[in-house]
Design a protein around this ligand. Structure first.
Ligand SMILES: [Zn+2]
Ligand SMILES: [Zn+2]
Length: 170
């Protein structure tokens, strides 16, 4: 894969206020290999949206779609999930005067979005990920997967204030 296949050409909009281009680009899994904490992708990432010139600044508004593997936060089983997440960013020249974390820089009318896409997708991993909405999780006592088996463990929540007392009464 050539890096330059991932570039988006902004030539037609950089100089013209109000101009817009459609973006529909596929980023192969290897495009993100340098980002070690990227979720494990099962498909390329597709970006669809627009880049618009508003008063000389370029605004990207689109959606990222991809499929990735996660470990369920409750039962720890791995599962695949399809995502469509919004992506919005400002694209500007390096000397735009904006703070570094406020924009994606472009050069020679070309912009590379892989790092910004990675950041967007990484943010998803900070949310709770469940294999299904009603995942029953692991039994805190015996550790069995309650989606697959049932156990007779008594796992009623103990009031933490009573823990000490319970300990003393043993
Ligand atoms: Zn689960
Ligand atoms: Zn149990």
């Amino acid at each position: 894969m050539e890096q330059n296949e991932l570039l988006i050409d902004l030539t037609s909009i950089v100089k013209s206020e109000g101009m817009e281009i459609n973006v529909n680009k596929e980023y192969p899994i290897e495009a993100f290999s340098e980002f070690s904490d990227m979720p494990s992708l099962q498909t390329p990432v597709t970006l669809t949206g627009t880049i618009t010139n508003h008063a000389g600044n370029l605004f990207l508004k689109g959606d990222l779609s991809f499929r990735a593997t996660f470990l369920c936060d409750r039962c720890l089983e791995s599962f695949e999930k399809d995502f469509i997440i919004p992506m919005e960013d400002t694209i500007a020249r390096e000397d735009s005067g904006l703070e570094a974390d406020e924009f994606i820089p472009y050069q020679h009318n070309m912009v590379l979005l892989t790092e910004a896409i990675y950041k967007c997708i990484f943010a998803v991993t900070l949310d709770q990920q469940l294999c299904r909405k009603d995942c029953k999780g692991l039994c805190p006592v015996c550790g069995c997967n309650r989606n697959e088996t049932t156990c007779d463990c008594d796992d009623r929540e103990i009031d933490p204030r009573l823990l000490k007392l319970k300990e003393l009464l043993k």
